[in-house]
Write a protein that binds this ligand. Structure first.
Ligand SMILES: [Zn+2]
Ligand SMILES: [Zn+2]
Length: 149
């Protein structure tokens, strides 16, 4: 995931040099409509901060892992602060902070809780609450494995 984002940033930078006219327009508009990670138009703009709020509440039930999870989450949010105010407007908080689509962001959260090894119960609960895999062709397939559907 982190690598994927890095690649996305690199691609958009090289695009700027290749096409200066487009880049000028980009700067003038100042708003990125697409997801930083998958590059698609964000159809359900819910910003990472709003999703992170719910996630932070949810991880409180895992006191042993909470600090570690929170650190990784904050690191991600901090690394992308420069995009705040330059992205798609969030339907919940109405800030222009939706630089990553809910699917890609929750995919990242999914990855960090998987690495924290919280157990099958926690994983299926996470997938139930934070399921932004609208097409059900990504991580939500795991729900079927856990018998959550
Ligand atoms: Zn995305
Ligand atoms: Zn928001």
């Amino acid at each position: 995931m982190e690598q994927k984002i890095y690649v996305a940033i690199k691609t958009s930078n090289s695009k700027k040099t290749a096409c200066p006219n487009q880049s000028e327009e980009y700067i003038r508009e100042g708003i990125h409509e697409d997801c930083l990670s998958c590059g698609k138009n964000i159809e359900h703009p819910l910003c990472p901060d709003c999703i992170a709020e719910g996630f932070k509440q949810w991880i409180q039930q895992f006191p042993q892992d909470e600090a570690k999870l929170r650190t990784r989450l904050d690191k991600f949010l901090k690394a992308h602060r420069y995009l705040d105010g330059k992205s798609k407007r969030c339907i919940a908080c109405e800030k222009n902070n939706t630089y990553i689509c809910p699917y890609c962001f929750t995919e990242y959260l999914h990855k960090i809780i998987k690495e924290a090894d919280l157990g099958v119960r926690a994983m299926s609960e996470f997938l139930f609450i934070f399921n932004f895999d609208f097409d059900h062709d990504g991580y939500s397939r795991e729900l079927e494995v856990y018998g959550g559907y």
